[in-house]
Design a protein around this ligand. Structure first.
Ligand code: DDQ
Ligand code: CA
Length: 266
């Protein structure tokens, strides 16, 4: 067997010897992975806030000091403005029952909210009036933005880039040193990188937007709320408060929301 390597993302081609000649084996095996081992980023919990345990969190983001949350499940999906100190709702709008709400982000003073399998992204004015609906052709999972580029995850190891009018402009595949990092879910753009929590894990990965490599990771296993059923009620919410250089994290139906400081992120 032989392997060829390229710099950056590696490509492995497995070949076999048949009748003394080297041939590509019956099963051509091509795998891509990163040449970089993610740096484990240590963190500390600065504060614990209440979070509504009825919220199936699918998107979390600050605009200034104001926290916004989007929730999922058919018939229970909402866009909400949240009072951080109490966890209670300041303002909310419900999605029609046929939609399963997913990631949210706020760009150019507009709130965007994805849906899981309906291929519809809703855009609201800051007063929560619905302004427009856009169509896309993947599942909708997480959403964040940098300047006016929207960044969407779809449950694969891919991030897709869209204009504010939801025209697709590109995509990026994400790898760590073990291979493709699938199930990228809720997203947050922080300081040149995209953070993504990986569905059904306690892992947040830090993705380099130029290469797709996972350069860092945070494991929040020691910060799960007590007594939650972690089969579906998983970590799913990362919001960055730039003034504080702090992250706020929560999960689906978690009773708490944690303010954390991560070493080496900023
Ligand atoms: N997604 O957020 C990973 C994109 C979808 C999660 C869907 C989980 C469905 C759970 C439904 C539970 C109903 C009680
Ligand atoms: Ca977020």
């Amino acid at each position: 067997n032989s392997a060829t390597e390229k710099v950056g993302l590696h490509e492995l081609i497995v070949t076999g010897i048949t009748d003394g000649k080297e041939k590509i084996a019956d099963t051509l095996h091509v795998e891509l992975w990163s040449d970089r081992k993610p740096q484990v980023l240590a963190y500390s919990v600065l504060k614990t806030y209440p979070h509504m345990a009825s919220s199936f969190t699918q998107g979390l983001e600050f605009q200034g000091n104001t926290l916004y949350e989007g929730t999922g499940q058919n018939g229970q999906s909402k866009l909400m403005k949240i009072d951080l100190a109490t966890g209670s709702v300041i303002q909310s709008v419900s999605l029609p029952e046929q939609y399963f709400g997913e990631g949210i982000t706020i760009a150019n003073d507009r709130i965007y909210q994805l849906t899981w399998t309906s291929g519809q992204c809703f855009r609201y004015k800051m007063d929560f009036t619905l302004e427009k609906a856009f169509t896309y052709h993947t599942e909708g999972w997480g959403l964040t933005h940098t300047d006016s580029t929207l960044i969407v995850s779809d449950g694969s190891n891919k991030l897709s880039f869209y204009t504010p009018d939801f025209q697709k402009t590109g995509e990026l595949t994400v790898y760590d040193d073990k291979g493709p990092v699938m199930n990228l879910n809720e997203l947050e753009y922080v300081n040149g990188y995209v953070l993504a929590n990986v569905w059904k894990t306690n892992r947040i990965v830090q993705i380099d937007l130029t290469s797709g490599k996972v350069v860092g990771e945070i494991n929040i296993s020691s910060t799960l709320p007590a007594g939650i059923d972690t089969s579906e009620n998983v970590l799913n919410g990362i919001a960055y408060k730039s003034g504080e250089k702090a992250l706020y994290i929560t999960g689906k139906n978690w009773p708490s929301l944690f303010k954390i400081q991560v070493n080496g992120l900023f």
